[in-house]
Design a protein around this ligand. Structure first.
Ligand code: SF4
Length: 429
């Protein structure tokens, strides 16, 4: 017994003693990978992030409170933000710098598409920068009403709604569209057709049809409540739906689709968190599109959710002029991980009327993925998704890492760093 322990010890390599030649190779490899981050390090600190802009945001908050006649206490209250949503170009003009031309364009676009900005989200806009990535997501652009060539219903409801308020595209999960309300109207929204008109809250009897469908289909184990924004519902309305889902034995998890942690983090209150904790397990899918959106308030909101056991994940939309840059996207992923939001998807921006100016090519998205995989932690690498036509669902796409599978027992691979190597495979039969 003693002998075999001694033998094992003798065979075990001592990490403190590496042969000089091996150390040389390791040093050369370390220098090789270190060189691959040099370009990112040069630009990283020039990319604005919300956690570093706290002073500017505090100044903007004071300015907005003055314009809207609110108090510090009001700022912490999400109902005040909803009541004081900025929907008027004259008020907006007191908060951000607008030229006469821009004022006219916002008015014109507003006749066709609804717009509204939560005071909180407005405080993240750089008032003097017409290219501010937050501004582009919030303030209507003339490009919206000039674009009339695209698909009006990207969700293709007619093919995917087997029961009222339900969208079903997959075998074991589905969506209940619980409202069309949002705290603000993102300029890149795919669902602008649904949120454009009157705010809709469905009665219990309207929602019962959707719940009955879930009850009758035992393979449904995962239900996503979305809209609009699921957290636009009151705590009581949400509590009722979640309680109804909890009574269905085959529903294992509930998910909420909400942009509130990004556009109105004040919505995440202790009362909401206590209620969500009662319906464990709950997941929340949110949407951050630029590092400027990762603020102290966003962090506080995510902290409260995670303490209540809610798992928070992100679904970024790839948007031209906002995040279609590999370095910006990488900083966004890093900032999200810092506040404990897990990157989950990057969506290619879909063809929808009024948002063409935000679209990038798929190749641009693939290039971003190429710069994430391997270059940073796997946790910071979401799946890149295009939503297939005809309502056929999410389709993951990725750069090619398998170059050839025809070799006898070997696969030709390209590593993230660009090395082409043969990988020994197992025969399938
Ligand atoms: S919160 Fe979501 S649903 Fe609402 S406008 Fe923004 S992207 Fe659209």
């Amino acid at each position: 017994m003693k002998d075999s322990t001694a033998r094992k010890k003798a065979r075990q390599p001592d990490p403190m003693k590496v042969a000089a030649d091996d150390r040389k190779v390791a040093l050369a490899r370390s220098a090789e990978v270190k060189a691959l981050i040099a370009e990112f390090l040069k630009v990283k600190d020039k990319i604005p992030t919300g956690l570093k802009l706290e002073k500017e945001y505090t100044k903007a908050k004071k300015r907005i409170l003055k314009v809207l006649g609110g108090s510090e206490k009001d700022w912490g209250n999400y109902k005040w933000h909803l009541k004081n949503r900025i929907e008027n170009v004259d008020t907006l003009g007191k908060i951000v710098r607008l030229s006469r031309k821009e004022i006219n364009e916002i008015r014109k676009t507003g006749e066709q598409y609804r717009w509204g900005i939560s005071p909180y989200y407005a405080s993240l806009i750089d008032p003097a920068d017409s290219n501010c990535p937050v501004r582009k997501q919030a303030i209507p652009s003339v490009k919206e009403h000039l674009d009339t060539s695209e698909i009006k219903d990207p969700m293709i409801i007619k093919y995917n709604s087997p029961a009222p308020l339900i969208s079903r595209l997959y075998p074991d999960r589905l969506i209940i569209n619980v409202t069309n309300m949002c705290s603000m109207f993102c300029r890149h929204c795919l669902r602008r057709k649904d949120i454009g008109g009157k705010d809709l809250i469905y009665s219990h009897s309207q929602l019962r049809g959707a719940l009955d469908y879930i009850r009758e289909n035992e393979e449904i184990r995962d239900v996503l409540l979305t809209g609009g924004d699921a957290l636009a519902l009151s705590d009581d309305q949400l509590d009722w739906i979640l309680a109804e889902l909890d009574k269905i034995p085959h529903v294992e998890i509930k998910r909420l689709g909400s942009r509130m942690p990004c556009v109105l983090p004040q919505r995440i209150t202790p009362e909401l968190c206590r209620m969500l904790e009662r319906h464990d397990p709950v997941y929340l899918n949110t949407q951050y599109n630029h590092p400027k959106e990762i603020t102290t308030d966003a962090k506080k909101a995510v902290d409260m959710l995670t303490k209540a056991g809610v798992v928070v994940r992100d679904q970024t939309v790839l948007l031209k002029g906002i995040n279609n840059d590999p370095h910006v996207m990488k900083v966004l992923m890093h900032e999200m991980l810092r506040i404990k939001v897990a990157p989950y998807y990057i969506f290619n921006c879909k063809k929808v009327e009024g948002i063409r100016h935000f679209r990038t090519s798929i190749q641009e998205g693939l290039n971003i993925m190429e710069h994430l995989r391997g270059y940073t932690s796997g946790m910071a690498v979401p799946t890149y998704i295009i939503t297939a036509p005809e309502g056929r669902g999410k389709t993951p796409i990725a750069p090619q890492y398998v170059l050839n599978t025809n070799f006898d027992g070997e696969v030709l691979i390209r590593t993230w760093g660009g090395h082409v190597l043969c990988y020994e495979d197992e025969r399938t039969n």
